[in-house]
Design a protein around this ligand. Sequence first.
Ligand SMILES: Nc1ncnc2c1ncn2[C@@H]1O[C@H](COP(=O)(O)OP(=O)(O)OP(=O)(O)O)[C@@H](O)[C@H]1O
Length: 458
Amino acid sequence: MRPSVLVVDDEVRLAEVVSAALAERGFDGQAVGSVNEALGVLNSSDVSLVLTDLRMPGLGGRDLLRRIQAVRSEIPVIIMTAYASVRDAVDLVKQGAFDYISKPFEIDDVIATVERALKLGEALEDNRRLRLELEEKYSFGHLTGESASFRNVLRQITEVCESRATVLLEGESGTGKELVARAIHYNSPRRLRPFVAVNCAAIPENLLESELFGHVKGAFTGALAARQGRFAAADKGTLFLDEIGDMPLSIQAKVLRAIQEQTFEPIGSNRSVHVDVRIIAATHKDLRRLIDAQEFRADLYYRLNIFPIALPPLRDRPGDILLLARQFLNSFAADMGKRLIGFTSSAEAAMAGYSWPGNVRELQNCVQRAVIVARGNTIDVSDLSHYVVEGNSKLAPEVGLPNDLDAELARIERNYIIEALKETNGVQVRAAERLGISERSLWHRVKKLAIKIGHHVE
Ligand SMILES: Nc1ncnc2c1ncn2[C@@H]1O[C@H](COP(=O)(O)OP(=O)(O)OP(=O)(O)O)[C@@H](O)[C@H]1O
């Protein structure tokens, strides 16, 4: 479709000449002689851009700009003005007009300005579409889970997203910390500003400071040009500090100050930069233990721990396993163009009975693999990774109440211990550590539950 340009000038002859020139260059030009007529056209047809004279009898360019901004703000407005009124035109540009052209003008200049404005309009439209896609992708509806513990997480996210409070997300790897951080950002008043993620564990210590705060040219060997850091990139938006437990002590003090004062100095600079950044931090480590081990600053912890949200491991919300699995199946099958209607009941039983140490990410990978290898229209147990089937040690609680609680608890305890011993190749110290119990306690339980530790743990 040809972009349509509405030209408004009380010198109708001039408006017609401009619109004819635009028509020659592939635009749909339309000329009118007053703001009232222009408003009529805007009401009744699609207009991509408005070129308007500034001073006209009755309503002028200023009124037209205001009306367009109120009802059709996506339409760029270019002001045409006589030399004497350039100041007013500049003022209108400050108020949101795209640009001005002073009369008399070369028609090529008009065309160039119109093209620039339309390009910007397209870029803004693309941007808006991408943003809507992101907002949709990270809407709460895409956070799957109906278990009480997950619903509690959703409730907390809803409570905190409107504010700019610092959030600390704690949870094992793969429990959805980054997904939740994005959901908070895209549902907050900052959603139109950037979401910037930094994985503190993935960046070497000597580069992390410059990554976060930036540097000036020549600040250190190799700093050939100035570089903006992540704090500055996240200005007015959200900075997601992932794996904050892995942040070296040397940097923690600087981060604390940047969070507290919203001010920092890029490396090599003595000029402070002020930012307005909302912090969301995440960790799979126990920060309190790190504080005890003097690996994490207590003051930074208290500053981060304003609104903590604990993401439950998948094994603690077994009811969500199949819900998530079915959702992943549908989305991967659609991506790969495969017609898959669901899982067989044995595949469902295997997934429900596995402990998913890698949490939702592991489940997602497992379903993706299964979708790739599945031959029929259902995913069977043979399509699942072997460890899901073998590790299916009935760890998941049975549905319904057990009729012999002690026996049931012993069975679950036994299965967990066997699982831990298998995972650690029978090394009892490590298995005890993995289960968070003392080695002595593990030894007692192994005896009580008659677990044989040999080549094969049984
Ligand atoms: N509740 C959920 N609903 C749908 N998808 C989820 C959910 N939780 C996690 N996922 C998906 O699982 C994967 C892992 O999630 P994410 O990367 O957010 O975890 P994480 O806790 O940040 O992991 P890590 O600590 O290893 O970085 C992602 O692909 C994410 O989309």
